[in-house]
Design a protein around this ligand. Sequence first.
Ligand code: MTE
Length: 315
Amino acid sequence: MLIKHPADIKPSEITPYDIYRRRREFMVSSGLLAAAGATGLFSGSVLAQAAQKFSGLKKSAYSTSEKPNSFKDISTYNNYYEFGTDKSDPVEYAGKLKVRPWTISVKGEVKKPRTFGIEELLKLPQEERIYRLRCVEAWSMVIPWVGFEFNQIAKLVEPTSKAKFVEFITAVQPDTMPGVRLPVLAWPYTEGLRIDEAMHPLTLMGVGLYDQLLPNQNGAPVRLVVPWKYGFKSAKSIVGIRFVEKQPKIAWEVANPSEYGFYSNVNPNVDHPRWSQKTEKRLPSFFANHKTEMFNGYGDQVAGLYTGMDLKKLY
Ligand code: MTE
């Protein structure tokens, strides 16, 4: 992974919030979305038209009680290599990402393949989930997502018994994404989960942050959120989902198989070949101030998925 070591990141590289606000284009005001919000079509929550804000969100029992990072922390320090490899590149350049119209095709080993418009997905019951996000680079944040469980999509397309894995394919927009002109990764960025991991209630499709639609740099209009795995499993700006029989190749594994594996469960006992995973820097701290927990602290819910597996080998 092309990585800036946490200690190398200067405060000056983090764009101030007001600059970010001025730069950011709210590309979410499609007529359909506005109309749906105005008529209360979003079951479980309402997206108010003028402010593009969610309200009436159900608070999830899966949320951590830890204090969330600020909107500024979460939306100005990002990994989204399609917009550049610096942490400040996504907030600087992702404003141009075209997020409407947006569709996600869902196919493969399913009985009812179909393409969803983003407006349809926003109508699914949304809730607030405050999750820890632990990046493989040994920093972490606490993020109040708005989203819905991935298993809601699966219910609609009905996976067949051959569906053993799920592959997530993300957007490539050469005209808006300067990063895809460089062979940093084999674009599109792809990710994958075993079917039981994907169907687990903790696995979320994120559509918002705090009470707002997802900022582009955080993966608008819809991204994956898998809180017990390293952050790179959380593919941003998803355009395709495939239910497949064989374990798919994932972007970072293809780029550097000796450093990144398919499972990528947060594990303080398996060091990255170039650094320890025992501790993490909880942003905005510049120092490692947290002990990393197995499965990022979600072991009670997910350890059972890995019974009998040697997680030192299958990292
Ligand atoms: N998705 C895409 N399409 N491109 C990326 O470069 N980076 C990943 C992941 N999803 C990435 C991506 C990595 S390395 C991390 S840590 C998280 O997004 C970061 O999410 P955040 O910037 O919203 O915190």
